[in-house]
Design a protein around this ligand. Structure first.
Ligand code: GLU
Length: 510
């Protein structure tokens, strides 16, 4: 791998909506590669298609990276030596490159109106070729500088006639490059159409802008989704025509993230259909109000999300599955990126989150747990009690909202305790035991787990009852249901007054 120059990679999203997990994985692989080689990670906003502008999409991208703990070294927010990092603000840069291509005969002016293009598509449509393209064959039949001649072209340009600049794809040329993941890939030039490079509004298309900016920003390696592979021959040619091939970034086209059954690319409809998030964070499309659920709001920890994504298409070869972002940076290698698509498995994603919750310190989880309670309208304070609670129940939580279910009773007495679980076996002896327990607890000056367990067991022994038969009733009294950590741990945390109050309350119901 050529990493003699300082590694500079870019994530270059078009801000047209929320970030799909495939997009975040592209960010991640860019970042891991850059940081592994001590390089720079650049975020460039590719917003040259004004018709696809979506309010809030750029902010979403920045917030998403922040949530994942992936800070760009240079971006529209972080600035840097190659600013601006938003292509719409770089508009004046591109035209000169397009003109240069025209002068050298690698591109041409095309004056066809939308109606003429439409007419061409229907005129040349056949069963074998249902959507004819503006290519090396059809350009001969259209209104462009190749067919009109110089004089007419100059006249139209002087009159300000609307036009675009298209690349003149060579005929029957083999275009080859070495992809970091796929090895050598080769394309037949005649199979690609004459893509528009500069639009009638003077804005470049993605194809021209990506090449010019990768050059100007000294990008050394370009990671992007596999769906961009068909565009690669155009980019390689532009690199050749404009800059010689020498400084062209090494391309890496990342395999797709597939549906759980392996049948095609995972998309947001799959998430809706199968009930799991597909975007990094919640997203509501401002144009349609369509809502797509995010991993963040579903209750994933950013570390777990990033860890899960890294393992969708990469591993370190040892079987290790849990990695922090720093470990990923250290271990990441292109050689271990898979060539095939990675099937998305939501159960496995949850497994990662569960592991991360289990392995996180209570202190680190506390803020997120407070937020999970707040989401359900319950206000809890971030204090020592909360940390104890988190430490006790975290093993039982897969997603952050699970804390509310698993630990809500620490903060609110159960409203409807499930007495049906104990009622059938309830008797006078148990009633007496708990009445006596209340008296013992009222006199107790020690309130630690061990003391409570000891007095509970001693009292059971004096009354010749099996402690095992009394534990479930105590749990129902304190928790409200048949779940939760050890009952004496619970009593120790909720405190004397509350424990006695809850026992009395349920005794009154039985
Ligand atoms: N703007 C392209 C996108 O939205 C970027 C493709 C590339 O990285 O070259 O995905």
């Amino acid at each position: 791998m050529n990493t003699e120059k300082k590694v500079r990679v870019r994530f270059a999203p078009s801000p047209t909506g929320g970030l799909h997990l495939g997009g975040v994985r592209t960010v991640l692989f860019n970042y891991l590669f850059a940081k592994h080689y001590g390089g720079d990670f650049i975020l460039r906003i590719e917003d040259t298609d004004q018709t696809r502008f979506v309010a809030g999409a750029e902010e979403y991208i920045f917030e998403c990276l922040k949530w994942c703990g992936i800070e760009p070294d240079e971006s529209a927010l972080h600035s840097g030596p190659y600013a601006p990092y938003r292509q719409s603000e770089r508009k004046p840069i591109y035209k000169g490159y397009a003109d240069k291509l025209v002068e050298a005969g690698h591109a041409y002016y095309a004056f066809d109106t939308p109606a003429e293009l439409e007419e061409m598509r229907s005129r040349f449509k056949t069963d074998e070729n249902p959507s004819p393209q503006y290519n090396h064959l059809l350009r001969e039949k259209m209104r462009n500088s190749l067919t009109l001649g110089n004089e007419e072209t100059q006249r139209l340009l002087a009159e300000g006639t609307a036009h675009v600049i298209r690349i003149k794809m060579p005929v029957d040329e083999e275009i080859k490059f070495t992809d970091m993941i796929r090895g050598e890939v080769s394309f037949q030039s005649s199979q690609t159409d004459d893509k528009v490079l500069l639009k009638a509004d003077g804005m470049p298309t993605y194809h021209l802008a990506v090449v010019v900016d990768d050059y100007l920003m000294k990008i050394t390696h370009a990671f992007r989704g596999e769906e961009w592979l068909p565009s690669a021959p155009v980019h390689v040619l532009l690199w050749k025509y404009l800059f010689g091939l020498e400084n062209m970034p090494q391309w890496a086209h990342l395999p797709l993230i597939l549906k759980p059954d392996g049948n095609g690319k995972l998309n947001k409809r799959d998430g809706e259909r199968l009930g799991f998030p597909v975007f990094a964070m919640n997203w509501t499309d401002p144009r349609t109000n369509e809502f797509t659920q995010g991993f963040r709001e579903k209750g994933f920890l950013p570390g777990a999300f990033v860890n899960m994504l890294a393992l969708l298409g990469w591993n370190d070869g040892t079987g290790q599955e849990i990695f922090t972002l720093n470990e990923l940076v250290e271990k990441f290698s292109m050689e271990r990126v898979h060539k095939g698509g990675a099937k998305f498995d939501y159960e496995k994603a949850k497994w990662f989150n569960h592991e991360w919750i289990k392995n996180s310190g209570a202190e680190d989880l506390a803020d997120k747990v407070v937020a999970a309670f707040a989401d359900k309208g319950i206000s809890v304070t971030k204090d020592k009690k909360l940390e104890k609670v988190v430490a006790l129940v975290k093993e039982r939580c897969t997603l952050l909202p699970d804390f509310v279910q698993q630990a809500g009773f620490f903060f609110q007495a159960p409203v409807e305790p499930d007495i049906s679980a104990i009622k059938p076996k309830w008797d006078e002896k148990k009633q007496l035991f708990f009445a006596e327990l209340i008296r013992t607890l009222e006199l107790s000056t020690l309130w630690e787990h061990e003391d409570l367990e000891k007095s509970f067991k001693e009292l059971a022994a004096t009354q010749q009852l099996k402690p095992g038969d009394l534990m479930l009733p105590l749990r129902i009294m304190l928790v409200g249901g048949k779940f939760g950590p050890g009952v004496f741990d619970i009593a120790a945390i909720i405190g004397k007054e509350e424990t006695i109050h809850r026992i009395k309350y349920v005794l009154g119901l039985l």
